[in-house]
Write a protein that binds this ligand. Structure first.
Ligand code: ATP
Ligand code: MG
Length: 219
């Protein structure tokens, strides 16, 4: 996080299980920052480069249900490597506030805790994919799997793609993974109670971002 001659550059990510409200909150934060005149880039993982979108389609395709956990890990990592080098680093160099809808913490939560791959393998893969680029803050929208299922049913999103169909026990393990991150990286990885109203959650996140902006202005 710093001020460049073009503007403030800052990297914020959103995490949470499916239907926790990540994209809703990311969109509201993007709008709020743009109203204040910041240059903002929203990216959704996996995706945002032609190659990364092609990898996303492979990952989510129900036809690929024989995909092994390690293949899945490497595909997510490949998509991220392309995104970091071609999009994220250049944007930060040009004074942009990056809002990333999922990033390396999803790989820890889903592939280590959800799929059961060794955590140290995941951490190595994340390091290779990102070259060490980490968000200054990650807002983890914390809701129980039951509430996520209720929202999914309500919106008709249901158990749509290959990963969403993994079941409730899987998502319970993913939540354990997110809680592990909140405990081990408390400065960066901030749990946000996602069971409040959309406006209350947005106000909570905005006050935290404002603090960061003030700090980076006075840096
Ligand atoms: N705080 C909230 N209370 C109730 N419903 C919410 C709240 N936040 C979001 N929703 C609703 O839940 C649904 C899922 O929200 P959203 O798409 O933002 O989640 P997501 O985490 O981005 O999901 P995905 O991982 O599938 O992309 C939407 O219909 C949204 O309107
Ligand atoms: Mg979303």
């Amino acid at each position: 996080m710093n001020s460049t001659r073009y503007g403030i550059s800052m990297f914020i990510s959103f995490e949470g299980i499916d239907c926790s409200g990540k994209s809703t909150q990311a969109r509201l934060l993007v709008e709020r920052l743009q109203q204040d005149g910041h240059k903002v880039l929203y990216v959704r993982e996996p995706g945002n480069t032609a190659l990364s979108e092609a990898i996303r389609a492979l990952l989510l395709d129900k036809k690929n249900n024989d995909m092994t956990a390690r293949t899945e890990l490497l595909l997510f990592s490949a998509s991220r490597a392309q995104l970091v080098e071609n999009v994220l680093r250049p944007a930060l160099d040009e004074g942009t506030i990056l809002i990333c809808d999922r990033y390396t913490d999803s790989t820890v939560a889903y592939q280590a805790f959800g799929r059961g791959l060794p955590l140290e393998d995941i951490e190595k893969c994340n390091a290779v994919a990102t070259g060490g680029l980490l968000p200054v803050r990650t807002f983890y929208i914390d809701i129980p799997p039951d509430e996520a299922q209720r929202r999914a049913a309500e919106t008709g999103k249901g158990a749509g793609d290959r990963i969403e169909r993994a079941g409730k026990e899987f998502f319970t393990r993913v939540v354990d993974g997110y809680h592990y991150l909140a405990q081990t990286q408390p400065q960066r990885f901030i749990g946000i109670d996602g069971c409040r109203t959309i406006d209350d959650i947005a106000a909570d996140i905005w006050s935290r971002v404002q603090e960061l902006l003030l700090r980076s202005n006075s840096a």
